[in-house]
Design a binder for this molecule. Structure first.
Ligand SMILES: Cc1ncc(COP(=O)(O)O)c(C=O)c1O
Length: 396
């Protein structure tokens, strides 16, 4: 095989960890954000606006600027253990290695760049999850103050992690809807941009870059195009932003009619599958899954329309137990920790229960699994999940 090693992304070594702060109440009783000093970034080769990088897909060079996108190019690896499990080539796209800990940085980083370019002076998020972390990281890189409004239920370690990127954490209300309403008010009064965790064409354009990288990596293997194109890309689904980006990217590289998108959700966080079953956008009564990052009560209506009746999308449900077992196996096989949200996609291979990937259902091309990552995990938490679901450590 001509490619013997993957290019490892270079992440800025140390970003300024200093916390900015709301420095007391402003005139309208609102906190005022203090501008921060950021270390100069290492110069990069300028990207001429007339020749955008093919790896950036439909990203506007005027928005990305000379410094490029905020996300990094991640490795695509041929996974020997997963290939053995499925009996065909399985590649893993390691978006868990994005600096904010998940794929979210692709689209949200781009949305933040676009907002700042439009003149927003503050970035605001109401996500205490990976979307909020991506906004916080982006603000730090862009030198833009960030406010993340979270409900009282958000654990202290997440608040600390957001603060570690310099974000100001505002605790408001007992549930997300109250925090979100406050985030809207904060954004309006501070001339800020409220960055949605999964909605929006700009965000999807950013997420689509994952497919451009995959196409480029597979092409580098040197096989003829019909042997390179994957038969399926497996991704998980929360609100549907990542899936929207994957579908967009597949269209952009000319694979839209040929590559199946497997859309994995855990039972209990299966708002897209439920909506497709009922043929209408549906709202779950609650989230009954440990894959909290997939916990959008209802999917993006636009993403639902993209999937409805689409033969190139296979919606698939997986149990929490299988998702957690997949996380444990992946940690053992590839030494990377991911959230159960990501385990849902990994389980399509490891569990052997995904009919759409079974021999005879699809073509002979490789399978690519988007390892979307997630930062809300550590060894102790994964151990606790394994204990809860009776998953033996060591991937057994
Ligand atoms: C780790 C992880 N995976 C998947 C998702 C789902 O992404 P989306 O809401 O774009 O479908 C999320 C959302 O927060 C996430 O944090």
């Amino acid at each position: 095989m001509p490619v013997a090693h993957a290019r490892v992304p270079v992440v800025p070594a140390r970003l300024d960890p200093r916390r900015s702060a709301f420095v007391g109440a402003g005139r309208e009783g609102l906190p005022r954000l203090r501008a921060r000093a950021f270390p100069p970034r290492a110069p990069r080769a300028p990207m001429a606006s007339s020749t955008p990088s093919p790896l950036l897909g439909a990203m506007d060079p005027a928005i990305v600027g000379d410094r490029g996108p905020l996300h990094v190019r991640t490795p695509l690896l041929l996974s020997q253990p997963m290939s053995a499990a499925l009996g065909r080539d399985v590649y893993v796209k390691l978006d868990a290695l994005q600096p904010s800990g998940s794929f979210k940085l692709r689209g949200i980083g781009y949305a933040c760049q676009a907002a700042v370019r439009r003149g927003a002076t503050t970035l605001v998020s109401s996500s205490g999850g990976n979307a909020g972390l991506a906004v916080a990281y982006s603000g730090q890189r862009l030198g833009a103050p960030v406010a993340v409004v979270v409900p009282e239920t958000t654990p202290e370690f997440i608040r600390d992690r957001l603060r570690s990127y310099g974000a100001d954490v505002i605790v408001h209300g007992s549930q997300w809807s109250e925090a979100n309403a406050e985030a809207e008010r904060v954004a309006e009064r501070l001339n800020g941009a409220l960055v949605h965790p999964f909605e929006g064409e700009t965000t999807w354009i950013g997420h689509a870059t994952v497919i451009h990288e995959i196409a480029d990596d597979l092409a580098a293997l040197g096989a003829p195009p019909d042997r390179i194109r994957p038969s399926a890309v497996v991704t998980c689904v929360g609100g549907g932003g990542l899936l929207a980006g994957v579908l967009r990217g597949l269209r952009e590289v000319g694979w839209g009619d040929d590559v199946l998108a497997v859309a994995a959700e855990t039972t209990g966080a299966d708002s897209l599958a439920t909506s497709l079953d009922r043929d209408e956008v549906s709202t779950l009564p609650g989230i009954a899954s440990v894959a909290k990052s997939l916990g959008a009560a209802s999917p993006s209506p636009a993403v639902f329309e993209m999937c409805r009746g689409n033969p190139m999308v296979a919606s698939w449900r997986v149990s929490d137990a299988d998702a957690v077992e997949a996380c444990a196996k992946f940690a053992d096989d590839h030494r990377v920790l991911v959230e159960p949200a990501c385990g849902a996609a990994l389980a399509a291979v490891y569990s052997g229960k995904c009919d759409a990937l079974k021999a005879g259902s699809i073509g002979e091309g490789p399978i690519v699994v988007e390892v979307c990552g997630g930062a809300i995990i550590d060894r102790a938490t994964l151990d606790a999940y394994c204990e809860q679901f009776g998953v033996a450590r060591g991937g057994g």
